[in-house]
Design a protein around this ligand. Structure first.
Ligand code: 13P
Length: 279
């Protein structure tokens, strides 16, 4: 069933595990993720960046695709369609009007008071439409969809101020980066635990790719209830496709070429689910 993320994240927070957000890029990725989450009986958040939505043909294409796959594949687990890093009120509104059940407003590049103002505007519109809202404070490093940023750790005070907008979850940047890490990640667990103790909304960890399993477990212990994975699935898919193309350079059927990444990608999805849910 299509749902917003409020109940699934609150349950994860109470029971100390993390809901996976897997980012989607096309029909095949969406199908693989839905099938694997159904097999593992786990609710899932499908992350859709503005770039991915544009690539697929627009927000309404995304919601129609997900809706149709849920029906055709008999998906029974809860599914949330979530705008990842919405850059403005207008973009979030468009996603909501197209049937997204959750949005992230990322106004973290603006001064705090502007971040709060834009986030509040999104919360008001989203909640009228039964849509959940995630917001970000601090700077998550690395690059995603051509947008890059330096790391800046969120403070407790900034998180408290942003949470007052009524958001349903918060992504405090605490050292994680989008894409691959240069060296080992250095997450601010102490600050994470403190923010979790002072705020009663679920915490989100962006940049899940490349974080060692032990640090993922520690982050969940420190209060993380949602973990975003994008690059790691891309790499799992790409590794398998590359091998297939090298060994089958006369095969041009796109279903076979694109589909050659299925098994490896599904393995990566299941392994993240087991890690995030302590299975
Ligand atoms: P990775 O690409 O590093 O897995 O990060 C995904 C993410 O945080 C999406 O918002």
């Amino acid at each position: 069933m299509l749902v917003n993320s409020i109940n699934m994240l609150q349950k994860a927070k109470n029971e100390k595990y993390a809901i996976p957000q897997f980012n989607i890029n096309n029909l095949e990725w969406t199908r693989y993720i839905l099938e694997e989450c159904e097999k593992n009986k786990v609710p899932v958040i499908l992350g859709v960046s503005e770039g991915a939505a544009k690539y697929m043909g627009g927000f309404f294409v995304v919601t129609s695709l997900v809706d149709a796959l849920i029906k055709e594949l008999n998906i029974t687990v809860d599914v949330c369609i979530h705008l990842d890093h919405g850059s403005s009120f207008e973009v979030c509104k468009k996603a909501i009007d197209s049937g997204f059940t959750s949005v992230m407003i990322d106004a973290s590049k603006y001064p705090l008071e502007d971040n709060i103002k834009i986030t509040k505007e999104v919360v008001d519109y989203a909640h009228q439409n039964n849509v959940s809202v995630e917001a970000e404070v601090g700077h998550i490093g690395g690059e995603e969809d051509g947008v890059s940023s330096d790391v800046y750790h969120a403070t407790l005070e900034e998180c408290i101020a942003l949470a007052k907008t009524g958001i349903d979850s918060i992504a405090p940047a605490l050292g994680s980066v989008h894409g691959l890490y240069k060296g080992l990640p250095n997450l601010n667990f102490e600050r994470m635990a403190l923010i979790n103790q002072e705020l009663n909304i679920p915490l989100v960890l962006h940049g899940g790719t490349g974080i060692p399993d032990s640090d993922i477990k520690k982050a969940i212990e420190c209060g993380i209830s949602k973990i975003n994975i994008n690059t790691e699935l891309q790499i799992a898919w790409h590794d398998a496709v590359l091998l297939f193309v090298k060994e089958n350079d006369k095969v041009y059927d796109p279903r076979k070429v694109i589909g050659s990444g299925q098994e490896n990608m599904k393995k990566a999805i299941s392994s993240k689910i087991n890690l995030f849910l302590n299975r």
